[in-house]
Design a protein around this ligand. Structure first.
Ligand code: AMP
Ligand code: MG
Length: 322
């Protein structure tokens, strides 16, 4: 029985997994009234909700604390104050229960959870606020095949939406507006396997200031930014010869992005996996799920020795569990 703790950014969550089965997945999100995440405030949020969520998860799963074999902690990558809040909590619990900690890379967990819905060896299109990466397992490691050269696709969408007067999170609001929009050409920016969004952001803001309709801009944003992601993901499939695509991250909740991925996979005979919403966004079930796989291959650390790794890259992780 593994309890997972997610803490890397705005979400604090507790997830419980037993033999690959998710028994609980509860979370609480820090959401600032205006503007972006203030890391110290998010960390305070995590501290405030952690004990309550811990109890809630135990209650939901019906397990007792003595059943817990280890605590899986998302110790990387992320915002330092948030990671520290999670680390303190996990260490406290690990000491109390006398169990080890399994340190889990958050990005890899987004990929591994795809295995809970049937993927075996997928390419992950990870499209979230801060992160935009295409990740797959190759030559012994999880490698980043493509990524954003500037900001994450979600942050890009939120910035544009804020310029249009829509509060955070802008993604869902722009998705609704896009339904009645018409196409305007925007800068399509993909270099090799990498994407960038700042040129499109500037263009969208200029067009808005000149009086273009929000619906048209929202539609065109989706029809330009998402194909960039799908193109890079398709190239990763072609390059690695893999036959499965998994979606992850908050932006993956967008039904147009899902549709584009589904069509691309159909056309090249690949399988498409889109986990349910609660597993797409930041969540602790994916941390517990990944932690259990790692634990079963012998990865566990004395709580005293675990530290945060705010900048750990996906390909720095020593993958001994596959
Ligand atoms: P995450 O960083 O994974 O928690 O995801 C949060 C990001 O997902 C924010 O930038 C949201 O605007 C974005 N997002 C959530 N739902 C949607 C949607 N339906 N379409 C586009 N972006 C979305
Ligand atoms: Mg995430």
């Amino acid at each position: 029985m593994i309890v997972g703790v997610e803490c890397t950014a705005h979400t604090f969550g507790i997830g419980i997994v037993d033999k690959g089965k998710i028994l609980a997945n509860v979370k609480d999100m820090y959401s600032p009234a205006s503007g972006g995440i203030v890391p110290m405030d998010s960390a305070k949020h995590h501290k405030n909700v952690s004990e309550k969520l811990w109890n809630e998860a135990l209650e939901k799963s019906g397990i007792s604390e003595k059943d817990i074999d280890a605590i899986a902690l998302s110790n990387a990558p992320g915002l330092s104050p948030c990671l520290i809040a999670g680390l303190h909590f996990a260490k406290e619990k690990a000491a109390e229960l006398g169990v080890p900690i399994v340190p889990v890379n958050h990005c890899i967990a987004h990929l591994e959870i795809g295995r809970s819905v049937g993927a075996h060896d997928p390419v992950l299109l990870y499209a979230s606020g801060a992160n935009t990466q295409i990740i797959a397992f190759a030559a012994g490691k999880y490698r980043i095949f493509g990524e954003t050269l500037d900001i994450g696709v979600g942050n890009f969408i939120d910035k544009v939406a804020r310029h249009f007067g829509m509060p955070f999170p802008g993604g869902p609001k722009l998705e609704v507006a896009a339904k009645t929009g018409k196409y305007i050409e925007l800068p399509y920016s993909i270099k090799g396997m990498d994407v960038s969004f700042s040129g499109m952001q500037t263009k969208l803001q200029q067009l808005f200031d000149k009086g273009a309709k929000v619906e048209d801009l929202a539609f065109s944003l989706q029809e330009t930014a998402f194909p960039m992601l799908v193109e890079a993901a398709e190239r990763a499939l072609a390059h690695t010869g893999k036959k499965e695509l998994v979606l992850g991250g908050g932006v993956a909740c967008n039904s147009r992005l899902q549709e584009m991925c589904r069509i691309m996979c159909q056309e090249r005979g690949a399988k498409f996996f889109c986990p349910e919403r609660s597993l797409l966004v930041d969540n602790a079930a994916m941390i517990a799920y990944t932690g259990e796989i790692m634990f079963n291959s012998g990865i566990k650390e004395n709580a005293k020795n675990v530290d945060i790794k705010p900048r750990e890259r996906t390909d720095e992780v020593n993958v001994i569990w596959r």
